[in-house]
Design a protein around this ligand. Structure first.
Ligand SMILES: O=C(O)c1ccccc1NCC(=O)[C@H](O)[C@H](O)COP(=O)(O)O
Length: 483
């Protein structure tokens, strides 16, 4: 198994290195280094996704990636184009890395530098510092609790930060218990090399809000990073898609742009497999299901699993395609029922579209989208009470039917709300008006139902055209930013 092999090799290499340079000497060298660059300071401002850009020539899962890579020139290019941290592989056998790369890169850039290696011994942390690293990687899968705590403490004593990597809920729990501040969720299983792009979604919501979360591995395209904006990660660690890129600046700008300035799209009120196919194929980010019986869009909870199973795009996604998240929409139902339905169907978010209080929101065991309506400027004050107890606010048109009415609200009030919080804008959005709405309100996401229907039934062509219109308006925004 790969992990066993690399750990064994690391142990063998360490024996020689400790003979060549005993612990006391490497400690001394570590202590003689100038101050570390603080990764947490580098991750300010909060609320945006930062890039940890990785310099690697090869990987055991993908083989030789970039044989001619110039480590220093690449790191400088990363920094010039907006990387917040540079990650450097120092492992020589499997990743063709080197300590020399780390030191040379540290001297060439002004951002923090991470030693990315298989650290099992405090000696390697002193080495990392002596070579110039500001941060080290600690992989839960190769450390027991005692080792993890000890290595974290050694890193802290050198004023270094540690990126503690997890690949399961159990490892996440261990990382938190050990006091890890920066937790990396690696989508790649280091034993089988299998990828699980959904792992970050599942682990994220169980981690305390005060931890800094880094998404690692398999981050290639706009859809990959749009998801990260939903999981509120502070950083993404990207290697392969950068080193193999023929145009690194454009790849970095694309990743940062889509992680930070994209508009999330939720298609709501789905009931039929063909419309779920249409939404997925067009690149919807969230699919909404209405569990409010009076609505003509009502779907029985048990029917949701059936329609998803009957959707080919959901059950057999195209290669590289990432499936949208599932949102259940409820109006004034009791919390136990909502939590039970969420578990039964595997919902990712709960949208509360009635009179639910902030206290009620806290009883929901999934991230909550709270729908609120704004009639006058004074209503903006109501948002504050919900902000800390919800995942997102959804600003919808005030109506007696709660939602899904096809009527537009006051976009000026919504614009003010969007300045205070990450909001989803809903209410009467259509293919014709959505670009204007995005330009005027600048919402984090948009939500549509009636606007993609014909005679009260979802319309696959309208769904596709609506999402295309949103993406087009983003391209226009990007062009405006560039010129
Ligand atoms: O859609 C419904 O029938 C509905 C009923 C009761 C509460 C909420 C409902 N929909 C919630 C949504 O998220 C809608 O997408 C949102 O209100 C926008 O709808 P529309 O104005 O039709 O685009």
């Amino acid at each position: 198994m790969f992990l066993d092999r690399i750990v064994n090799q690391t142990r063998i290499d360490l024996i020689q290195r400790k003979i060549d340079l005993p612990l006391e000497q490497i400690k001394q060298q570590a202590l003689e280094q100038s101050r570390t660059r603080d990764v947490l300071e580098a991750f300010e401002p909060q609320g945006r996704v930062h890039l940890i850009a990785e310099v690697k020539r090869a990987s055991p899962s993908k083989g030789l990636l970039a044989p001619d890579l110039d480590p220093v020139a690449t790191a400088m290019l990363y920094e010039q184009n907006g990387a917040t941290v540079i990650s450097v592989l120092t492992e020589p056998h499997f990743f063709l890395g080197s300590p020399d790369y780390l030191t040379a890169i540290k001297n060439a850039v002004s951002v923090p530098v991470l030693r990315k290696d298989f650290i099992i011994d405090e000696y390697q942390i002193y080495e990392a510092r002596a070579w110039g690293a500001d941060m080290v990687l600690l992989i839960c899968a190769i450390l027991d609790d005692q080792q993890l705590r000890h290595l974290l403490q050694v890193a802290t004593s050198l004023r270094m930060r540690a990126l503690v990597e997890v690949h399961s809920q159990e490892e996440a729990r261990r990382a938190v218990a050990a006091g890890a501040v920066i937790i990396g969720v690696n989508s790649r299983n280091l034993t089988t090399f299998e990828m699980n792009p959904y792992l970050i979604r599942d682990i994220r919501r169980t981690l305390p809000g005060d931890r800094v979360i880094v998404a690692e591995s398999g981050i290639h395209n706009a859809a990959d990073v749009r998801r990260l904006a939903r999981y509120d990660v502070q950083a993404m660690l990207v290697g392969e898609s950068l080193v193999v890129s023929k145009d690194i600046p454009t790849q970095i700008q694309m990743l940062l742009q889509h992680a930070n300035h994209t508009t999330q799209v939720k298609i709501c009120g789905l009931r039929e497999p063909e419309h779920i196919n249409a939404a997925i194929d067009a690149g919807a980010d969230m699919l909404g299901f209405i569990f409010h019986k009076p609505s003509h869009r009502y779907i029985q909870p048990e029917r949701v699993s059936e329609v998803l199973a009957a959707s080919q795009s959901y059950t057999q996604p195209r290669k590289g395609q990432v499936l949208p998240d599932l949102v259940g929409v409820f109006v004034n139902q009791d919390a136990d029922t909502i939590n039970a339905i969420a578990d039964q169907i595997g919902l990712h978010y709960i949208q509360l579209h009635g009179n639910e209080t902030p206290e009620f929101c806290q009883r929901i065991k999934r991230p909550v989208i709270k729908a609120l309506s704004l009639q006058q400027p004074a209503d903006l004050a109501r948002l504050a009470a919900y902000r800390d107890v919800t995942w997102r606010l959804l600003i919808d048109t005030p109506t007696a039917d709660w939602g899904g009415t096809g009527r537009t609200g006051d976009w000026e009030l919504a614009r003010l709300a969007a300045q205070q919080s990450k909001i989803l804008l809903a209410g009467g959005l259509t293919i014709e008006n959505v670009a204007t709405a995005i330009r005027q309100v600048q919402p984090w996401g948009i939500d549509v139902s009636s606007g993609v229907e014909t005679e009260r039934r979802k319309d696959s062509q309208k769904i596709a055209a609506f999402i295309a219109q949103v993406r087009q308006s983003e391209n226009n925004k990007q062009e405006l930013l560039e010129h």
